[in-house]
Design a protein around this ligand. Structure first.
Ligand code: CP3
Length: 344
């Protein structure tokens, strides 16, 4: 039998001399070849729904850098669109959606069984990738966590403090919870279809988990992640799940055990030494170099990369950034990070 892929070995709990490495938003605007394909596709959503071109941009960073994993090219906001919300992207500003603030808005959403009609091209992208990726590269599927997706659906856009979503959860808890339940159910079906199409790992992005405090974190970040993981593990016991409750801080501790996920992705606000002692004790961790090093480079990048590798060297670790790479990053700095991880 061929030796198992590096990323899957880390997720199975193996400590490796050189950790596997990939990068959030590795297919993105910092790469000239991405910008060229994106221009060919037209807008961002047309690229997401074009299986050949979406597979092409997914493969670009694999060809250029030989990352250990490829992440499906898509977006967490395709689920709201598949449930019937309007979605568009304003250049230079970000996503816009029809808002959900009342029972009447919620009633306009379609049933979960209808989502695949919209999302079928995404599954086709996964099928192309599972044929075309090098045999050592792991294919990661993903979805947004219900809370993070709900923050966009409620406000109709990205918000600095998730204010509208917090307001709805306090003022109309029943509606808020009904929305979260609908997204949770859709996410389970969406990720199941990605796995059926060939995804070998799935990741749940909870980018705004850090704005939930105390009991609200337990109910609306931890619990939906537990439900999604439990449903997937029942159907696909062998598929590892990575959770990313971004900026969870001390609530990263015990998160893997409480949710059943196989790996916790860490943002760069936590010290790697602290995370090794308090989070990695429970299993695999992913992270957590600050994305700004991909812009600034130099000795700081090398030092910080070495520090993270050293901090996590006694347990299972997947090297990554603490958040997505930004469009102003220099592709040479990505190579410097990879060389530092692989060659010391
Ligand atoms: O990581 C990857 O390369 C896989 C593809 C991926 C994208 N978005 C592509 C994308 C993934 C995993 C995401 C997740 C995502 N999308 C999140 C969670 C992770 C995070 O970053 O916190 C969120 C909150 C979104 C929603 C979203 N999509 C926003 C707010 C924006 C606009 C901001 C921006 O960077 O322009 C997007 C657009 C988006 N999604 C781009 C990419 C490559 C840029 C689109 C372009 O080409 O113009």
């Amino acid at each position: 039998m061929a030796e198992q892929k590096k990323l899957l070995r880390a997720l199975a709990g193996e400590t490796q001399d050189v950790p596997p490495i990939w990068m959030m938003r590795q297919a993105g605007r910092y790469l000239p070849e991405y910008r060229a394909t994106r221009a060919q596709a037209g807008d961002f959503l047309s690229l997401c729904y074009n299986p050949e071109l979406a597979a092409e941009v997914t493969l670009q960073p694999i060809r250029r850098y030989g990352f250990d994993a490829a992440i499906l090219f898509a977006d967490i906001l395709l689920i709201p669109q598949a449930l019937g919300a309007d979605l568009w992207f304003v250049t230079g500003e970000g996503p816009r959606l029809s808002t959900i603030t009342s029972e009447a808005d919620f009633a306009k959403l379609g049933p979960v069984s209808d989502i695949h009609e919209t999302l079928n091209p995404i599954y086709e992208t996964v099928r192309i990738l599972s044929r075309e990726l090098p045999s050592e590269t792991t294919l990661i599927g993903f979805a947004g966590a219900p809370w993070t997706v709900a923050t966009y659906m409620i406000a109709g856009r990205g918000t600095p403090d998730q204010g509208p979503a917090h307001a709805l959860r306090e003022e109309n808890t029943a509606l808020f919870e009904a929305l979260l339940a609908r997204i949770t159910e859709a996410t389970i079906e969406y990720l199941s279809m990605q796995i059926d199409a060939g995804a070998e790992v799935v990741k749940i992005f909870d980018s705004w988990a850090g704005s939930l405090k105390g009991e609200a974190f337990a109910k609306y970040a931890l619990e939906p992640c537990r439900q999604i993981t439990a449903a997937l593990k029942e159907r696909y016991p062998h598929i590892p799940v990575i959770g990313f409750p971004r900026e969870a801080g001390d609530k990263y501790v015990g998160f893997a055990k409480a949710t059943g996920i196989d790996c916790v992705a860490l943002d760069n606000s936590v010290d790697p030494e602290w995370a090794a002692a308090n989070v990695q004790v429970d299993g695999c961790v992913q992270g957590n170099l600050a994305s700004r090093h991909m812009v600034t480079g130099g000795q700081d990048l090398i030092d910080e990369t070495r520090r993270i590798v050293a901090a996590f060297k006694n347990g299972p670790h997947i090297f990554n950034l603490g958040h997505g790479i930004t469009p102003d990053a220099d592709p040479d700095n990505v190579q410097l990070m990879i060389d530092t991880v692989r060659n010391g």
